[in-house]
Ligand binder design. Sequence first.
Ligand code: SF4
Length: 383
Amino acid sequence: MELPRPLSHSSMYLFNECPRKYKFKYVDRIPEKPRHFFSFGSSVHAALEFFYGVKSLPAPSLEQLLAAYKEHWISAGYKDPAQEQQYFEDGKQILISFHQKHVRDFALPYFVEYSFNFSVEGVPVTGKVDRIDKLEDGTLSIVDYKTGKALAKGRVQTDGQLTMYQLACEQLLGAKVSRLAFYHLPSLTQQAVERHDDGLVDGLKRRITATAEAIVSEKFDPTPDESKCRWCDYKPICPVFKHQFSSRQQELVLARAEPEPDEDVSALVDRLGELQEKSEELRSELEGAKKGLAELLERKGYSRAFGKRFEVLKSTARRWEFSDKKKVLEILTKAGLYEKVLAPSAPKVEQLMSDPGLDAAVRERLGELASKIETAELKLKPL
Ligand code: SF4
């Protein structure tokens, strides 16, 4: 068989944990049940993606960061609303402390949530790096955020996920990685090391090729182990344990399988995803090139410069940032200038109309003035 999808750090981890579990998830396409700790981690990551994803200084305010957190909160997998609320508050506290600690040293990263696809000895490999910074000497620093338990001491020195990120970034971005770090968010502490040596990189490459070979040779024997099997969603259909389950319980697991992809649709979905990835890469590259050129022009004292096909003019754009927006509103209202500066915008009015607290009569009157335009929206995410 072919590889069902490019290898990633997590799919390799899963194969290593139990090859049969890998088969259930990636070959038979039966998803695992949502887990609250994954939802929590993704929600906090999304807030930090927003925080470091701004295109220019200053850093987003705490209010903006918390609004992004709320907006990207994922509810799946919590056992009840009380547990979800507790996690939501924990995440909020983490972000408040993170903002307090880093708003002053905030710098625009080189990449945020950098998605990569490359190949190792012909094996396709994919992944996403939380944050990449370009250091003054032109080398790269890779940061991976963790939201779970405290990290084992020394893990950063040999961790295969970081080795994979280093390999990918050096191949795709053409710059040397000089620093690898895990950032444990609940304790706001980092473990950082210099780049992983060639021995670790070679070891990772061997693991990638060996895992790919085992998958294409369909070596999916189960490797039962009390600690792993206890939480395994596939237990009712696993050859080792299925005799302990009823056929109804087995059917329920099998029913979660995703349908086989429709060839025509799947080709277009992948094409769209690839184009989006390329455009994100280009956008980040464009921002990086703009920043680099602006710094160079500043250093050399040029306000105009020429290439072979283009010329560039440098000017200074200035804009105001107001930290206390309430106070600004107050001053404008008192001075009778409120309406002069705040014209209603369609997205703001739309947001207001979907606010459950809006008076029904006002909503109706606004609705009479509007015409509803419906367009298809597609939200892509990597598999
Ligand atoms: S129950 Fe255990 S042996 Fe069976 S698939 Fe899950 S992890 Fe593997």
